[in-house]
Write a protein that binds this ligand. Structure first.
Ligand SMILES: Cc1ncc(COP(=O)(O)O)c(C=O)c1O
Length: 377
């Protein structure tokens, strides 16, 4: 047996220890199993470098097509952008562009914003003003307005918050941003590839005039493998403001990374072609069922009605750690929401109705089995 084969066997063994998406027991992740065709596309382009269009012109063309198609999906066919590694990079780049174009150094965001925005502000030397959310846990445009001033480079809205999967009032936030002449960036890392396929009675993408940039992740609800995200900006020239010459390749780049996986570009291209919203609608439906099931367990409550594919629940007397421990002991991987405090579940394409039934059965056992009467009794 060659050494390579031995090592591969060793790696196989290592993987066997992971709970894995296929088990249906992972409710903590916003990523999922990519479709078979998408994996094949990824592998076909495995060694390609999106930084180097002279060697891989096909990747450049595919990336242009991805940007154009996503631009159409998000109501701005002329948007510029590129295939990024995910929401963290998308948010960082959007704020970098906003800083360069406006020459200002402040960002205003609701407290529910993804932590990558905090990271981006630290890296970019931007002052971040976090404002409280409204009673419905969405951004409160009045609180945002109080903080936005002539020093503000960007306001950040989220379409599908990481904790609760809620969509901020983008239209009202865009009005506030437009009044002060700053950017409005929409972090649609989670919701971007769900919302176009759901019937919602609000606008949240480039259809809203004040939206300057948008990030949406194909490696979340878009069906592509990690790393596949998208950054789009309304005006191509804005992206040029962060462009650099690559002396040894004789071209310009306006991306965060240098060498970039062309495999992600090819996978994103095919994932977008195959995207029809069926999984988004199915996950939302399953989420509602799950929420209904949780409400039926004595002692459990939902602080917020789910909007996309995230449910948060808590128990009237058990702590989140106790609940989480009980579920973990039964083999479920769940996560936490810190505000409002609760156990957070994300329903993804790897979930089937039978997984939800099994989860609810174990949840009932954990919640009712450990329940010792109301708090303080
Ligand atoms: C709303 C939101 N923005 C940004 C991110 C960061 O995305 P990534 O981890 O792909 O960089 C996430 C990740 O969960 C998210 O939910």
């Amino acid at each position: 047996m060659g050494r390579g084969k031995d090592y591969l066997r060793f790696l196989e063994e290592r993987r066997k220890g992971d709970p894995g998406y296929r088990s249906g027991r992972v409710f903590s992740s916003m990523c999922t199993l990519p479709k078979r065709e998408v994996v094949r596309a990824y592998l076909r382009f495995l060694e390609t470098n999106a930084l180097d269009p002279r060697v891989f012109p096909s990747v450049r063309e595919l990336e242009e097509e991805v940007v154009e198609e996503a631009g159409r999906l998000f109501s701005c066919p002329a948007a510029a952008g590129y295939v990024a590694s995910g929401g963290t990079e998308g948010n960082l780049m959007a704020l970098w562009v906003a800083r360069e174009v406006t020459g200002r150094r402040k960002v205003v965001a609701p407290a529910s914003v993804h932590y990558s925005v905090r990271k981006a502000c630290r890296l970019l030397g931007l002052k971040l003003a976090l404002v409280g959310v409204g009673e419905d846990y969405r951004a409160d445009p009045r609180k945002v307005e109080e903080e936005v001033d002539r020093e503000t480079a960007a306001v950040v809205a989220t379409a599908g918050t990481a904790s609760l999967g809620l969509v901020d009032p983008v239209e009202e936030m865009a009005e506030v941003a437009a009044e002060k002449g700053c950017f409005l960036h929409v972090d649609a890392s989670l919701g971007g590839f769900m919302l176009p396929f759901l019937s919602v009675d609000y606008e949240w993408d480039f259809r809203v005039e004040g939206v300057s940039s948008l990030t949406a992740d194909l490696h979340k609800m878009g069906g592509a493998p990690i790393p596949s995200g998208l950054l789009l900006v309304r005006e191509g020239e804005w992206l040029e403001r962060v462009g650099e010459e690559v002396p040894y390749l004789g071209g310009r780049t306006h991306t965060l990374l240098g060498t970039r996986p062309g495999a992600s570009v090819a996978a994103s291209w095919i994932a977008l072609k195959l995207l029809d919203g069926r999984e988004a609608r199915r996950c939302v439906q399953l989420t509602r069922k799950l929420a209904g099931g949780i409400r039926g367990v004595e002692g459990l409550e939902l602080p917020v009605e789910p909007e996309l594919n995230v449910v948060v629940f808590r128990h009237e007397s058990l702590s989140c750690s106790e609940l989480e421990r009980g579920l973990e002991e039964k083999g479920w991987v769940v996560s936490r929401s810190d505000f409002p405090e609760g156990i957070r579940l994300v329903v993804m394409p790897h979930h089937r109705p039978s997984h939800l039934t099994a989860f609810l059965r174990d949840l009932r056992l954990s919640a009712e089995g450990a329940w010792k009467g109301p708090r303080g009794s």
